[in-house]
Design a protein around this ligand. Structure first.
Ligand SMILES: NC(=O)c1ccc[n+]([C@@H]2O[C@H](COP(=O)([O-])OP(=O)(O)OC[C@H]3O[C@@H](n4cnc5c(N)ncnc54)[C@H](O)[C@@H]3O)[C@@H](O)[C@H]2O)c1
Length: 320
């Protein structure tokens, strides 16, 4: 079975992807600088013997080359799954260097390493944040694209450089635009934050904004299945797909209520007010996943179902 490289392998989504690739019989070489990821997330994968982990920064070309050389060298890798990025959008608003380095330069530098090791296929974790704030339902052909966060801008730039690399070093690229992803092993996000806050103070939960922010949430199990389906099925040279739910949305208020009910019933929820959680946050959007449906894949869970399941998973992981 073939060997894949996964960047961001110790992160939330990356670790689930690693497990799914291993279950399909692949050997996986995972790289993560553990800035946000956790070693624990790869415990199951390490136990299989089909996974090798390297603590390295994707921007450290020498470390990346050493790791890839040690695991087979030039020609040994079928493809790269690029998930390493700054996933803390708020951190990138305060300090744009974070997104330049971890969200864009990781893509730019990974492509250099891929060239050296003749890895000609890339699957890339992009985001709904590339679309910016659009009143219309977000479909893949909507434009012009003007992101409102450094994170969204650097993901859009990453898509652009991958497109360009198809002219020279790559033969195939799959770009997935995720909405908000939820589930076990989360390293960030509203559910994770709410659970952490209630762990610290059982009596009160502070929620940014007025709770009316409303978006599609998507379970990580569905997400990984969709990513694999797209790579198996899409015929395009440059395949770009929204992954998510189209018809269901969840409000922040629903999420806060669900976390309080599960973790600390009776806790008082204090909304900080304002229609936007923080600068760079797109408070409301609806997704189109018609393109993915036409390819033959539909999600199982609605947005609220994904949230309910994740609240329980995250709380249980936190020993609650
Ligand atoms: N979770 C979501 O809702 C969501 C939505 C849209 C897109 N995405 C994208 O999906 C991917 C995975 O996100 P996630 O939610 O699992 O976040 P995550 O933070 O859990 O995973 C990202 C991983 O990349 C690692 N990393 C960051 N910079 C690195 C670097 N320079 N070198 C090596 N490793 C580095 C982090 O330590 C982390 O483990 C990211 O590219 C993210 O932008 C996530």
């Amino acid at each position: 079975m073939s060997k894949c490289l996964v960047t961001g392998a110790a992160g939330f989504i990356g670790s689930h992807l690693v497990d799914a690739l291993i279950a399909r019989g692949h050997t996986v070489v995972g790289v993560d600088n553990l800035k946000l990821g956790r070693r624990d997330n790869n415990a199951k994968a390490l136990a299989t013997g089909q996974f090798k982990f390297y603590e390295a920064d994707v921007n450290d070309l020498a470390a990346m080359r050493r790791a890839l050389e040690a695991e087979g060298g030039d020609g040994a890798y079928e493809m790269a799954w690029h998930l390493a990025a700054n996933s803390d959008i708020r951190a990138g608003v305060t300090n744009p260097d974070v997104d330049l380095r971890d969200t864009f330069m990781t893509t730019f530098n990974l492509l250099k390493v891929m060239k050296d090791f003749s890895i000609k296929r890339i699957a890339f974790a992009s985001t709904s944040a590339i679309y910016g704030e659009h009143p219309a339902r977000l479909s893949e052909d909507i434009g012009p694209l003007f992101p409102i966060s450094n994170y969204g801008a650097m993901k859009l730039a990453s898509e652009a450089i991958i497109s360009t690399a198809l002219q020279t070093i790559l033969t195939r690229a799959w770009i997935f635009r995720f909405p908000n992803v939820v589930g076990s092993r989360s390293t960030h996000g509203a559910i994770y934050d709410f659970v952490q806050k209630l762990k610290r103070n059982k009596a009160e939960l502070e929620v940014l904004g007025d709770g009316t922010q409303e978006k599609p949430y998507f379970h990580v199990a569905d997400l990984v299945e969709a990513m694999l389906y797209i790579v198996d099925t899409a015929a395009e040279h440059l395949a770009f797909y929204n992954i998510g739910t189209s018809d269901s949305l969840t409000t922040v208020r629903y999420m806060a209520d669900a976390v309080v009910k599960r973790v600390s019933p009776g806790a008082k929820i204090n909304y900080t007010g304002g229609s936007r959680g923080w600068i760079g946050d797109v408070p409301r959007f609806q997704y189109s996943v018609e393109k993915l449906k036409r390819l033959g894949w539909s999600p199982r869970l609605t947005s609220n179902e994904a949230v309910d399941r994740s609240v329980n998973e995250v709380a249980t992981e936190q020993g609650l």
